[in-house]
Design a protein around this ligand. Structure first.
Ligand SMILES: COc1cccc(Nc2ncc(-c3ccc(C(=O)NCC(=O)Nc4ccccc4)cc3)c(OCC3CCNCC3)n2)c1
Length: 314
């Protein structure tokens, strides 16, 4: 069956989300005990959207950043594609904001910085996300944000400055220039909704269509009853450019990828009864198979201060 291969390495548990053509189940990696999110796509249902999934998988293989959800393992069978991804126990940012009614400014500021850092990084790798919304921002165990995407990301052929025309993403969160059908540059589209969602405001009846509220002068924005003390106008200014300082830490991460974590390599070498050199060579191929998935999950476990002991499957 199509589940034979995935069940060799993971337990499958309840469904935690369904997107357009994907179902996401909670899983557990047998060797490390780590929870994972397993995105299951049916190749027939994907139809001519299949290339977009390949684009997403290639994108994920090139994206390694502390605020972008990590891809661990890809398994393809005759009918299905399984993507084993980082599980975020905190769920969606959207639910978190609603549950707290409003975020304290300091917390909103930290989240906002993490989003800008993730987006700047994704852009620096030549990708435009194109469906940025609170449902696609998840909270990890340290209450940091992780950017995800349900396969809408685009790597414009003409590079990032190529003028994208397809109006995509979710209308409710779209920036004015998108709704007005203007050609836009993927990396410059405004994100007014984040300013709203993050700053204390009571969810009054949004003027319809919602994006109208962000046009023009600050006066209209008061109609959203923004507390005046927030200096948000700069973010909603008419020039869409957000200066995105890429986060230096992601560069460090890339360097780390060059040097594998000795403890994790040793644990795998012992488990597989192989030399550390042969294990390091296998991991460094980054085939997104069981070897690299186990290495990444051990590294994540170690980063959280947990023991990295591989279990002999019972
Ligand atoms: C505790 O209760 C809860 C409750 C809810 C969730 C969780 N946790 C939890 N952890 C992990 C996931 C997940 C991670 C990655 C991807 C993905 O598709 N990556 C691909 C990707 O990131 N591309 C990409 C990124 C950046 C640039 C370019 C491409 C898909 C799903 C999840 O999903 C559940 C859905 C539910 C519907 N809304 C969206 C999330 N849920 C936990």
């Amino acid at each position: 069956s199509d589940y034979e291969e995935i069940l060799k390495y993971y337990e499958l548990h309840e469904t935690i989300g369904t997107g357009g053509f994907a179902k996401v189940k909670l899983g557990r990696h047998l060797l490390t005990g780590e929870k994972v999110a397993i995105k299951i796509m049916d190749k027939a249902a994907l139809g001519d959207d299949l290339p977009r999934v390949k684009t997403e998988i290639d994108a994920m293989k090139n994206l390694s950043h502390q605020h972008v959800c990590r891809l661990y393992h890809v398994i393809e069978t005759s009918k299905k594609i399984f993507m084993v991804l980082e599980y975020c126990p905190g769920g969606e940012l959207f639910d978190y904001i609603v549950s707290k009614d409003c975020l304290p400014e300091e917390e909103a500021r930290v989240f906002f910085r993490q989003i800008v850092s993730a987006i700047a990084y994704v852009h620096s790798q030549g990708y435009a996300h194109r469906d940025l919304k609170p449902e696609n921002l998840l909270i990890d165990e340290e209450r940091n944000l992780k950017l995800i995407d349900f396969g809408l990301c685009a790597k414009p052929k003409g590079g990032l400055d190529y003028r994208l025309n397809t109006c995509c993403g979710s209308p409710a969160y779209a920036a004015p220039e998108l709704i007005q059908g203007k050609a836009y540059i993927g990396s410059e589209v405004r994100r007014p909704v984040f300013v709203c969602l993050f700053f204390r405001f009571t969810l009054g009846p949004l003027p319809s269509p919602p994006h109208r509220a962000f046009e023009g002068s600050a006066a209209q924005i008061h109609s959203l009853r923004f507390p005046p003390e927030f200096c948000w106008v700069a973010l909603l200014s008419s020039s869409p450019k957000l200066s995105m300082a890429t986060d230096q830490r992601s560069a460090v991460l890339f360097l780390q990828l060059g040097h594998l974590d000795e403890d994790c390599v040793r644990e795998l070498a012992v488990f597989h009864n192989q030399s550390r050199e042969s294990i390091s060579a296998l991991i460094s191929e980054w085939n997104y198979d069981q070897m690299s998935a186990t290495y990444l999950l051990l590294q994540s476990k170690k980063a959280r201060g947990k023991r990295i002991q591989l279990r002999i499957p019972s």
